[in-house]
Every structure is written in C-alpha cells, then in structure tokens.
Design a protein around this ligand. Structure first.
Ligand SMILES: [Ca+2]
Ligand SMILES: [Ca+2]
Ligand SMILES: [Ca+2]
Length: 186
C-alpha cells in the first residue's frame, strides 16, 4: 500500500463519517443509505431502503467487522486500512466483497431504470450519499465518461469502484470516483 491508498482511506472516512469522530460505525454507513434513499424519492422502510441498508450490513459483517480488532464496533483509521488491505486490496477477488454494495447503489441511482447511469443520476448520488460538492461530482463523472456520451454503464461504474477500492494506482480508472484525493500527511 502506498501513500495514495492511505490518502484514499482518509477520504472514505471523511465522506462517510457522519458524527465527525474520525472513525466509522455501521450507523455512519446507514446514514449514507438513508440519505441516498430519500434523495431518489424512496421512503424509509421501502424496498429500495432495505436493499441498500442490507448491502451495507452485509459488507460491514463480512469485511469490516472481522477487522474491528478491539471489537468495539468502531472502525478506526488503522482498522479500516487493515480491512481494505486484507479483504479488498486485490483486483481479482477483492472486488467481490464490494460488488453487492456497488450494485445496490446502481439500482437506486438508475432512477429511470434504463440500465445506464446518466450524468444527473451520478451527480445526485454522489452529492447525497457521499456529500460531494456538485462541481466535484460533475468532474468525477466527466473523468469516468471517457467517450463523453453522457452515460455510464453499470460495468463502467463497477470498473471504477474496483479501480478506487482495489488498487493503489493513482492513474487507475476510477481513482477520482469520489472527487480529488488530497494528500494527508500524518
Ligand atoms: Ca463516525
Ligand atoms: Ca475498533
Ligand atoms: Ca438511468
């Protein structure tokens, strides 16, 4: 793991840490699930809400909870790095841990159900689930939409998520999925 990967881990905490304590809990994940559910016009308790909450529960139970070494149900930065290093940081098998969650996001984000993620659908997801600014969300989309067609296929989004979560290559497709990565110096 290189400095870029650690900077990405800082970014993940920053994006998802609802209560600002610098660590992640399942409630932080549910916060993201709740925001994106409402943003796409679904109600709490709806099928869509269950879909994305269940996906977060699954990734927490299978991937993150085993790395919560002191078992306090709080994932510190070091525990998060260990979880990603051990479970996800492998382009061939690592992404299978992540695919169900990405697929749940795709199902919600593809609001018109046409099988592709439009720029608008992508930008709304990034703003509401991950609190990106609108400018950062648009830039992230434009970096992924290499042909400029205005839509991303589900496979493209999976490829981007794999590039972000399962590699430490700053030039990987998807490295800018969640906006610019600021270098963090300890
Ligand atoms: Ca937190
Ligand atoms: Ca812990
Ligand atoms: Ca769509």
């Amino acid at each position: 793991m290189n400095a870029f990967f650690l900077d990405k881990m800082h970014k993940i905490i920053q994006l998802l840490d609802d209560n600002g304590d610098g660590a992640l809990t399942l409630d932080d994940f549910y916060g993201a699930a709740d925001r994106v559910t409402l943003a796409f016009g679904h109600t709490h308790g709806s099928q869509a809400h269950h879909l994305i909450r269940d996906a977060y529960t699954q990734i927490w139970d299978k991937t993150y909870a085993p790395m919560d070494s002191d078992q306090d149900n709080i994932l510190t930065f070091d525990e998060l790095v260990d979880a990603h290093h051990d479970a996800l940081h492998d382009p061939t098998t690592g992404y299978e841990h992540f695919r169900p969650l990405a697929q749940a996001f795709l199902t919600l984000a593809d609001g018109d159900g046409d099988g592709v993620i439009s720029r608008h659908e992508f930008v709304q997801t990034m703003i509401h689930a991950f609190r990106l600014t609108e400018d950062a969300a648009r830039d992230a989309f434009d970096a992924l939409d290499e042909t400029g067609g205005g839509d991303l296929t589900h496979d493209q989004v999976h490829l981007a998520a794999k590039g972000f979560f399962c590699t430490d290559d700053p030039g990987a497709y998807g490295a800018g999925l969640f906006g610019p990565i600021a270098p963090v110096r300890a």
